[in-house]
Every structure is written in C-alpha cells, then in structure tokens.
Design a protein around this ligand. Structure first.
Ligand code: SAM
Length: 276
C-alpha cells in the first residue's frame, strides 16, 4: 500500500533506540534504572502527553478489561502505562516497524514485556480472530487513515460484545487550509482529517454505539502554553522529548499544529463508543 509506506517513512527515525538511550544517559539513567515515567516525554506521541492519556483512559473502564488492543500503538507508551497501572494484558499494533522494535525493547527495559506484545501491521487488516479483546483505544492515529469505515469495521470485529472503544484523534472542526508539516504528516497527501460527525457516522455504520464526545481544544492550548514556558525557562528542550522522535522538523511541526488549533481549523477530540 503506497500510503502505508509513506506513513511509516514519515515516522521512521533510523536510529531511535540509540537516540533514546543517549538522551536517558544525559538524564543520569541507564536501561537498568529507567522507569515508565522517565520515558513518558518521548513515548506518548499525542497532544497532552501522559496527562491526556490519564484523562482519556479514565473514561474507558480499563480496570474491567483483561486484554486490551492499542491501535496504532507507536512506541507503546500508553500500553506500558496501562499494563503497569492495571496489570492487564495489552497488545499493540502499528505500521511503523522501527516503533515496534523500539517499543518492544522499551517494554523489556522496564520489565513489562510479559504483559505487552507489540506487533507490526496495519489497523485496516488486524491479524486477530474475532472477539479477541475486552476493550480497545486509539490515540492520534486515524489522521493517517483515509478508510475510516474499514478501520472501525476491523476494530469492531476483534472486540467482544459490550466492549468499550475510545478514540483520541486530531479532527477537523472548521473548514480551512491547514499549514504543514504537522507531527502526523509532512503534507496533505498522508493527512486524512475529517469532522467528529464523520467519525460518529462511520462508528455507527460499523455497529458501535457512541456515548460521548469531548473537544479538548482548551486543554491542548494550555498544554502548549505551559510547555513553551518550561522550555524558555530552561533555555531549551530537555534531553528526552518528542523532538527525539521528530528531530530537525520538530519546531515547524509543533508551530503549525498550534497555529491550526488556534485558528480553529482542528482540535484534539475524544470519542467513546461501545460494541453493541
Ligand atoms: C502520532 S503517532 C501516535 C502513536 C501512539 N498512539 C501514541 O499516542 O503515542 C501515530 C501512529 O499511528 C501509526 N499508524 C498510522 N497509520 C496506521 C495504520 N494504518 N495501521 C497501524 N498504525 C498506523 C503510525 O505508524 C504512528 O506510530
């Protein structure tokens, strides 16, 4: 699939595990002493980082779910947070091979490799039998996926009846020409943003019942304001952060994303649904 290759090329770094280990070294940490909180600045690749994860997961009844699917898991930061806090089993799937290899190494570093399995693959063709999972979530992923109905059909198929599915994605909220690059795409060829109502209607067509929708615009703008103040106060970013992933293009991507949110074109949105 040409889009899949373009997407994974966009996210691939080339030497990510070493870059993370070096940045941890600057923080006085080694692979034997690192913990999941040390990794959070780099492995929660969505607006609001760890705080957004806590806000989002708090609405998903995670403690009731034995086996959870993380769709587009990236480096697996959310999966490690979930497995560590709730002691359940998490399976993650992601298109980007380097994120999966790095993510599995990070799970081993923090002793969570028994609970978590990260696999390379596409969310549009999940390599799991029907009704495998008790719950699923997806954070900042479907911005890269055009066929959202196929995506939701696949997630619906692998969930048990009654299971919760949470989405936290960047969505279009008003018409307007977006500035690129942004963290999920270099240009519009791999950016497939749609309105929350499109998510809701595709979720319903797949068979989900949508129970909640939250616009997290104000949370996002406050998050970026605090981050900017911290970075200015310490004379630059800390050794480990999303800049470790995005490298030289970080400043442009973040600046454009804040501009697109401030102009009211896009916003991070949570949608909570359930398989009937
Ligand atoms: C912005 S990152 C978010 C990663 C992770 N969910 C997080 O919040 O830290 C988007 C991720 O979606 C993955 N992705 C995009 N399209 C995908 C697809 N069709 N199937 C699986 N993963 C996909 C990318 O490889 C990338 O790791």
């Amino acid at each position: 699939m040409p889009n899949d290759k373009a997407v994974s090329d966009h996210y691939s770094h080339g030497n990510l595990l070493n870059a993370i280990e070096e940045a941890l070294g600057e923080l006085g940490k080694t692979i034997d002493s690192v913990n999941i909180e040390d990794l959070a600045p780099v492995d929660e690749f969505h607006i609001g980082g760890r705080q957004a994860t806590k806000n989002f997961l708090g609405q998903l009844d995670i403690s009731q779910q034995e086996h959870i699917l993380d769709v587009g898991c990236g480096l697996g930061g959310t999966a490690r947070y979930v497995a560590n806090k709730y002691n359940n089993k998490v399976t993650g799937i992601d298109l980007t091979e380097e994120y999966i290899e790095t993510g599995n190494a990070l799970c081993a570093w923090v002793g969570l490799d028994k609970n978590i399995r990260l696999l390379q693959g596409s969310a549009l063709s999940l390599p799991f039998k029907g009704e495998t999972f008790d719950g699923a979530y997806m954070m900042h992923v479907a911005m890269n996926i055009e066929d959202k109905l196929q995506l939701f059909n696949e997630i619906y198929r692998v969930l048990r009846p009654g299971a919760v599915f949470g989405v936290y994605d960047v969505m279009q909220v008003n018409d307007g020409e977006l500035s690129y690059p942004v963290p999920w795409a270099t240009d519009k060829s791999t950016s497939h943003l749609v309105f929350p109502m499109d998510y809701r209607s595709k979720l319903s067509s797949a068979g989900f019942e949508v129970s909640k929708e939250n616009n997290c615009r104000e949370f996002a703008l406050e998050f970026f304001k605090v981050l900017r103040k911290k970075t200015e106060a310490s004379g630059g970013p800390p050794p480990l952060g999303l800049h470790t992933l995005m490298q030289a293009s970080t400043a442009d991507k973040i600046k454009n994303m804040i501009f697109n949110i401030t102009e009211g074109f896009i916003a991070p949105i949570e949608i909570i649904a359930r398989k009937k």
